[in-house]
Ligand binder design. Structure first.
Ligand SMILES: *Cc1c(COP(=O)(O)O)cnc(C)c1O
Length: 370
């Protein structure tokens, strides 16, 4: 049963776009390379269960998340698929992870030596190498070999994979990237045996770097959602990608402002001549942060600006003429010939496209179609 939503503000998630992006990637990868669908943070704000289902249908064979809780949520809906937690898990999660067949990232011998649990199942681990991201992972050969042998010594743990993460794969300058590759490969070669799955490629790496870096699996994040990791990668995409996220609402009030009348807190916008103003039921508590004041929206296929300060739950737009209450307004997405992209919002608020769907809060229901 789905909960009814009465406020006419929705994020629309195009699951066909997700599937198309995964299928295009599958056609582009070397044969046998597995696709790990990165669905952390509620699938970058798109909805983890729905996106994971679409990605699996299109050929993804592993799900990657950031936290234990995200993994457990997905496990309820997908009893059989491999799930990898990319970030930190406390040792207290080890038993649950083993019981639920959730694979954990490990980078510390202390962690391995303090883990204790009873389960009839093995706990699968992927060793993280910090090759230059400076975040989590082992950094030296000694640390790696100690960690590896500590895992081997522990009866209910198994090394299933090894991986690293690149800091600059989406940039034109390749010098730092190449140093990371060199370090990763040097460390992996030191292991007495090859783990089942070696992986390193994020979206930028799999799309624009040498194909041998696809190794056994790739971690498909941002472009699964139809967004390019950077403007540099956007200019070098090997196949078209399709944005899956759009954001829509409706006019809930329309009024005629006279010359000299103002709009919103602080009365920062004042009409210079009589004009129509429309009110939209979306505000900063929905993730439409105040810095988006001035951003354009689409109504009747035309671009019009948000005027005045954005309120917590509402905002106002300039209307070219008197529209009716109920008229559709597109905040992100296409209408006729016009389109407002996530990249346009990101530029407006001076951030990266990744952040935009993530900050649209749970108060905005996600509606799916495929
Ligand atoms: C988030 C994340 C990814 C996905 O990165 P994209 O640029 O979205 O493809 C891959 N690997 C790790 C470790 C991550 O944290």
């Amino acid at each position: 049963m789905t909960t009814p939503h009465y406020r006419p503000t929705h994020a629309i998630i195009d699951l066909n776009a997700i599937k198309e992006n995964v299928r295009h990637l599958k056609g582009f990868l070397q044969p046998e390379v597995q696709i790990m669908a990165v669905v952390k943070a509620n699938a970058y704000g798109h909805g983890d269960v729905e996106v994971a289902g679409a990605a699996i249908e299109a050929g993804a064979t592993i799900l990657a998340v950031a936290t234990p809780d995200e993994a457990l949520h997905l496990r309820k809906h997908f009893p059989n698929i491999d799930i990898l937690v990319l970030g930190y898990s406390p040792v207290t999660f080890a038993k649950v992870a083993a019981d639920e067949n959730i694979t954990l990232t490990v980078y510390s011998s202390d962690w391995v030596n303090s883990v204790q649990f009873n389960s009839d199942k093995l706990l699968k681990l992927h060793i993280k190498i910090d090759s230059g991201m400076g975040r989590i992972g082992v950094t030296t050969i000694e640390e790696l070999l100690t960690l590896f042998s500590d895992i081997k010594k522990t009866s209910n743990l198994i090394v299933d994979g090894i991986f690293t993460h690149f800091a600059t794969a989406d940039e034109e300058d390749e010098s730092y990237f190449e140093k990371q590759v060199e370090k990763f490969e040097k460390l992996v070669q030191m292991l007495p045996e090859k783990p089942r799955i070696i992986h390193a490629a994020n979206t930028a790496t799999m799309l624009i770097k040498d194909k041998h870096l696809q190794y056994d699996a790739v971690r498909f994040g941002i472009s699964m959602y139809g967004l390019a990791p950077s403007s540099y990668v956007k200019g070098k995409l090997p196949f078209p990608i399709k944005q899956a996220f759009s954001l829509e609402t409706e006019l809930v009030a329309v009024k005629l402002l006279q010359k000299g009348e103002s709009v919103g807190y602080g009365a920062t916008f004042t009409a210079e001549e009589p004009m129509y103003v429309g009110t939209l039921p979306i505000g900063y508590a929905d993730g439409m942060i105040r810095k988006l004041s001035g951003q354009e929206v689409l109504i009747d296929g035309k671009r019009v600006p948000i005027i005045g300060r954005i309120c917590m739950d509402q905002c106002m737009i300039a209307l070219p003429s008197a529209y009716n209450v109920g008229e559709k307004v597109i905040l992100i997405g296409k209408q006729n010939e016009e389109e407002i992209t996530i990249d346009e919002w990101a530029a407006k608020v001076e951030t990266i496209n990744y952040e935009i769907p993530c900050i649209i809060t749970t108060r905005v229901p996600r509606i799916y179609y495929s």
